[in-house]
Design a protein around this ligand. Structure first.
Ligand code: PHE
Length: 376
């Protein structure tokens, strides 16, 4: 920049003439007013308030003025720039408000409109519960085994030590697909399996011991459908065959399962003597009530609806695999022993999730399944 020129008159400098400054200011203000949207305003800002705008350029001229002229020119340009910035800010606010109002209208969503998307289905809680139980055991090294639902009578009964006239055959009401005295002349009929225990026989025949399998699956009995019965239901069967297995292993396995399923401290099981042809000794297994954890027993102030203040909930059957079954399935009972248990999944779903009517589980209404979430 050149040295101040004493004879330099700002009013004579074209760009600093009051009229010229006013014109620049008015042009800027008019350009802002004319900007129809924020983008146009940004352009007008660059042109009229940016570093190369006429007023900024004029401002630079001030430095070259003689000292006595600087103040007046500075004031004039400063006022003009102040007015320009104020007009810019005001228009900015106006245009932003306009944009916000427009966005609210243009992007409004009418949440009351009916929607046409097909709602996603939900996995059935029986499936997810069976998978969850299988997961507990696969984590312990068990394999998941399965077998046919239309089963040879031999696997469903004979291999499991139900002799032909054994009263235990009447324990379960069986759907026969083909009678035992069928035209084939075959001794064994074909049934819809009444329990998952035939998978025990299949697993032992298919595998060399040690055998550790868990088998979730569908089973059939001639029950009428009502709130607590269904002719088609699900069981989970567990079988372990190894050297030196005892009832203590069975008990520990059951305790571990209920702790994993119902969570934490105080969950345990108890065994009550019972009879199954395929286990000896056999037991009925109960688990501590997962709601009151046994505290309602003898405590009228704290009744428990879940277990009827009994403290225990019946789970299913279990026992040590009958040596006769081991023999029928090609396993040496002198060397190996085994334990097994089986229980109903519908019942467990009922008390685990307070489902009061079993029919809800078979009707397939997604309104029932959805609240269980997308558990996988
Ligand atoms: N299969 C038996 C039932 O359906 C349950 C059970 C399984 C019992 C394994 C003992 C061992 O009732």
């Amino acid at each position: 920049m050149s040295a101040p020129n004493k004879s330099y008159d700002p009013v004579e400098v074209e760009a600093l003439k009051p009229a010229e400054i006013e014109r620049m200011r008015d042009e800027a203000v008019a350009a802002f007013a004319a900007a129809g949207d924020l983008e146009a305003l940004a352009h007008a800002k660059t042109a009229h308030a940016g570093g190369t705008s006429p007023l900024s350029l004029a401002n630079r001229e001030i430095g070259a003025l003689p000292p006595q002229a600087k103040a007046e020119a500075g004031k004039r340009v400063g006022q003009a720039r102040g007015a320009v910035n104020k007009a810019l800010a005001a228009r900015q606010v106006e245009l932003e408000a306009e944009r916000d109002t427009r966005v609210l209208v243009e992007e409004a969503v009418d949440v009351t409109l009916p929607y046409d998307r097909v709602p996603a289905g939900a996995r059935h809680p029986l499936t997810t519960l069976m998978e969850r139980i299988a997961d507990i055991f696969t984590a312990m090294g068990y394999a998941v085994a399965d077998g046919p639902e239309v089963e040879a009578e031999w696997y469903n009964f004979d291999a499991l030590n139900f002799v032909p006239d054994h009263p235990a055959r009447q324990m379960q009401d069986t759907f026969f697909v083909q009678g035992p005295d069928g035209t084939s002349g075959d001794e064994s009929g074909v049934v819809l399996r009444t329990h998952t225990s035939p998978v025990q026989a299949r697993a032992m025949l298919d595998r060399e011991p040690p055998v550790y399998v868990i088998c979730p699956g569908r089973v059939y009995r001639t029950d009428e459908l009502d709130a607590t019965h269904t002719p088609v239901f699900h069981q989970v069967e567990l079988l372990a065959v190894d050297e030196g297995l005892t009832m203590a292993d069975l008990k520990g396995t059951l305790d571990h399962m209920v702790q994993e399923l119902f969570g934490g401290e105080g969950m345990k099981t108890r065994l009550r003597p019972n009879f199954f042809p395929f286990t000896e000794p056999s037991a009925e297994m109960d688990m501590v009530c997962y709601v009151c954890r046994g505290e309602s027993v003898g405590n009228p102030d704290r009744p428990c609806r879940t277990c009827g203040s009994e403290g225990w909930i019946e789970l299913g059957g279990c026992g040590m695999v009958n040596p006769k079954v081991l023999v029928a399935c090609g396993v040496d009972p002198e060397k190996y022993s085994g334990f097994a248990f089986g229980f109903g999944i519908e019942r467990m779903l009922m008390f685990r999730h307070n489902v009061e009517d079993m029919r809800d589980m078979v009707e397939g209404d997604v309104r029932f399944t959805r609240p269980f979430g997308m558990e996988i």
